[in-house]
Design a protein around this ligand. Structure first.
Ligand SMILES: Cc1ncc(COP(=O)(O)O)c(C=O)c1O
Length: 381
């Protein structure tokens, strides 16, 4: 039996740059892909997290999380189908469905768990499902499509998608995409996508992880009732933890019966549910924060572009600064850290090879002074 560590260590070493002539070799040759868990320095200005509205530290969320914890306990004790469903949780799902404008909604502990288990439950509904996926979809969407051949369309390219839909006819087809792309900060044309889906008799599955709370009327996302299935996460703009899937009552009932990630998993912790309850009260009232976020995004893109740095098609609170190779992205993240700014270098395989980048994720919680410091640091890149 091979020793597991003996198998692992050379593979980890292969992710490190080689050491030549006493120094680290930078540039295009060696990969710098090894990831490390580092404690976060709370003194840094955070433009790396997804707390777009600053709700994770909002007093109302913290208070409601404490109330739910006091009332329901620190844990939910069991799967939703065993003893993990309270009347308050059912009411919260109704509130969420109302927010999304759907008949029903279902809450999961994480978005990864949701995407990777809801999609397989949908693909079970009829024989020979076909799935059309944007090339830049999040890893959790890929996980959900495992076992099926994904027919991938060029990123946000509806012409290409239409060609593929025509080339691959079928009775039971899904288009799976994000509404706002997590690493590029651009968004899909949801109205056009849904019209295309309708023309070709395909269903639209929309991941609103980075749109929920930030875009659309009152921060309700870009779906506006145009997708068969919508999901979003609760740990980003909504400030807590977990994820929701929203759609018809029948869809949610099917998931309760057939979605393994729901059935065989402990219900989300009461604190997360309390935080969500408060976030749903606050988010529709936060238009001023959304406007400021959009203005900050535009200012940051202008500052980066002034330095000749590519920000791709970003039009949201997520702003990539594409630097090419891993070494450059890591060096830029280090330089910004020295200037007191926390921004993360994103490297392959999270993004395509050759497009390593800094990913700025802005938050309405940044003060004007903090944002000025971010712009000043960017000017020195
Ligand atoms: C587009 C997208 N979908 C799903 C997820 C997964 O959500 P969670 O972090 O709740 O697991 C993420 C998380 O980063 C994401 O960016």
């Amino acid at each position: 039996m091979p020793n597991l560590d003996a198998l692992i260590l050379p593979k980890l070493a292969a992710l490190e740059p080689s050491r030549q002539q006493g120094g680290l070799q930078a540039g295009s040759g060696p990969k710098r892909l090894r990831r490390h868990l580092r404690p976060v320095d709370g003194a840094l200005i955070d433009v790396a997290s997804n707390d777009y509205l600053g709700l994770s530290r909002h007093p109302l969320l913290i208070e409601r999380a404490c109330q739910w914890t006091k009332h329901h306990g620190a844990g939910s004790r069991a799967s939703r189908l065993v003893t993990g469903t309270s009347a308050e949780l059912l009411a919260l799902e109704e509130k969420l469905a109302h927010f999304k404008g759907t008949e029903a909604a279902l809450i999961f502990a994480t978005g990864y768990q949701l995407n990777s288990s809801v999609l397989p439950a949908l693909f079970e509904l009829a024989p020979q499902p076909l799935v059309f996926t944007d090339r830049l979809n999040h890893a959790s969407l890929h996980a959900g499509c495992q076992g099926l051949r994904q027919i991938r369309f060029h990123h946000n390219d509806l012409g290409h998608l239409e060609e593929l839909l025509t080339k691959h006819p079928g009775e039971f087809r899904f288009i799976v995409t994000e509404s706002v792309f997590s690493m590029d900060g651009d968004h899909a044309d949801v109205a056009a996508l849904s019209a295309l889906a309708a023309r070709h008799g395909a269903h639209l599955y929309l991941d609103e992880a980075h749109a929920t709370g930030v875009l659309g009327p009152q921060g309700k996302g870009l779906s506006e009732g145009r997708a068969t299935v919508t999901m979003g996460t609760l740990g980003k703009a909504l400030g807590g933890a977990g994820a929701y899937v929203a759609g018809s009552r029948a869809l949610i009932d099917w998931l309760v019966n057939r979605c393994a990630g729901f059935i065989y998993s402990t219900a989300p912790a009461p604190a997360a549910l309390g935080a969500l309850d408060a976030a749903l009260d606050l988010v529709p009232t936060m238009d001023a924060e959304r406007t400021r976020l959009a203005q900050m995004g535009a200012a940051l893109r202008a500052a980066l572009q002034a330095k000749g740095i590519d920000t791709l098609a970003s039009s949201t609170q997520i702003v990539p600064a594409v630097l090419g190779n891993e070494a450059r992205a890591l060096a830029a993240a280090d330089a910004l850290r020295t200037a007191g700014i926390l921004v993360v270098a994103i490297r392959p395989p999270t993004v395509p090879a050759g497009s390593a980048r800094l990913r700025f994720a802005l938050s309405a919680a940044l003060s004007d002074g903090q944002f000025e410091r971010v712009l000043a640091a960017v000017a020195t890149l």
